[in-house]
Write a protein that binds this ligand. Sequence first.
Ligand code: CTP
Ligand code: C5P
Length: 340
Amino acid sequence: SEEKGNQIRVWCDGCYDMVHFGHANSLRQAKALGDYLIVGIHSDYEITKHKGPPVFTEEERYKMVRGIKWVDEVVEGVPYVTTLETLDKYHCDFCVHGDDITMTADGVDTYHLVKAAGRYREVQRTAGVSTTDLVGRMLLMTRQHFRQGPLEYDVGHEGSSQLGLDSDARSPYTGCSQFLPTTQKIIQFSDGKPPKANDKIVYVAGAFDLFHVGHLDFLEKARAEGDYLIVGLHTDPIVNRYKGSNYPIMNLHERVLSVLACKYVSEVVIGAPYAVSKNLMEHFKVDLVCHGQTPIQPDADGSDPYAKPKQLCKFKLLDSENTMTTEKIVDRIIRHRLEF
Ligand code: CTP
Ligand code: C5P
C-alpha cells in the first residue's frame, strides 16, 4: 500500500465471480472518483455463507480483478459487510458500489455502516450484462443472441424468453442482451496511447470470448514479449465458423470492452481478419505475432492463418501455463446451475 498523502483512496468490494465488463466499468467509475483504487474480494467461504458457492475459485477471482487496469491493489478475503475499520485499515476515504442493493444472508444491507458514516458513493451499474444474463446465454444453445442479417432485428421468441433470467438484461432486438455499445464507452475503456517510436509491437488475435484467467495469463506473456500489445478480435460470424454451436457467448462489442479493460492490452482491432496478412502487419508495424497452446483452427479455405508471420520469422507460440477455456467455463457453469 502507498503513502496516503493528499491522494483520495477509494475502496470497492464484492464477489467478482465471473468477472465481466460490467464489473470493470464499475471499477473504472470508482477509480475516477479518486486517485488510488483498492478492491476487496470475498473468500469462497464468505460467499458460500451469504449467497451460495461461487462458480470461480477465490484464486481465479483475485487474479481476474488484479488484471483490470483501473485497479491499484487487491485485498483478499474481506468480510461481506463493509466496516469502517476496513476502510481505515487501508486508509480509504470512502467505499463505492453500483446502484443496486446487496444483502447479507440475514437481509442486512452490506453497506449500512459506511452509508451511516457518510463514506459511501454510488456509481451506475452497467445495464445489459450480469452473471445471470451470461449464464442464460450459455444455457441457450442457439445463435439467437447474435443473429446476423435480416433476423438480427427480429424480436426473439422461443428459448430466450424462458432462459433470459434477468429481466433488465434482455433486448427486443436479440432477445437476450440489452447492452448498448457506444463509442463513448470504448473511449472510456481505451488508453488512446499510440506506440512510441521504438516500441516492439506484439499482435495476437482470437475470440477472447467470456474473457477468463487463461486469456489473462496469455496476454501477460504476450505483453512481456514487447512494449505494445495489439489484440485483434474476430467478428461473431468468424468465431461461430470455427467454434460452432452458440459461440461466441459475448458479441464483438462486449468482447472489445472485456479485452480493453485488461491492463496488458494497448490497443484492440475491432473485427480483425482471421488470417494475419502482410498488409495488417505492415499497417500496425507488428514485430511479433503470438498464439497460445490451444489448437490453431485453419482458415475457411483450409490454410494456416499464421502462414505469413511464420514466413517472415515473426511468429512465436507462447505457453500461458493455464488450461482454462471458454468451453470449460460453459461446462462449469452448467454443472453449477444443476447443483445449486
Ligand atoms: N456491477 C456493475 N454492473 C454490472 C454488474 C456489477 O456495476 N452489470 C458492480 C456492482 O454494482 C458492484 C461491483 O460490480 O459494485 C461488484 O459486485 P459483485 O458483488 O461482484 O456484483 P454482482 O452485482 O453480483 O454482479 P453480477 O450479478 O453481474 O455477477
Ligand atoms: O480461444 P481464443 O481465440 O479466445 O484464444 C485467444 C488466445 O489466447 C489464443 O492465442 C490462445 O491460444 C490463447 N490462450 C492461452 N491459454 C488459454 C486460453 C487461451 O494461451 N488457457
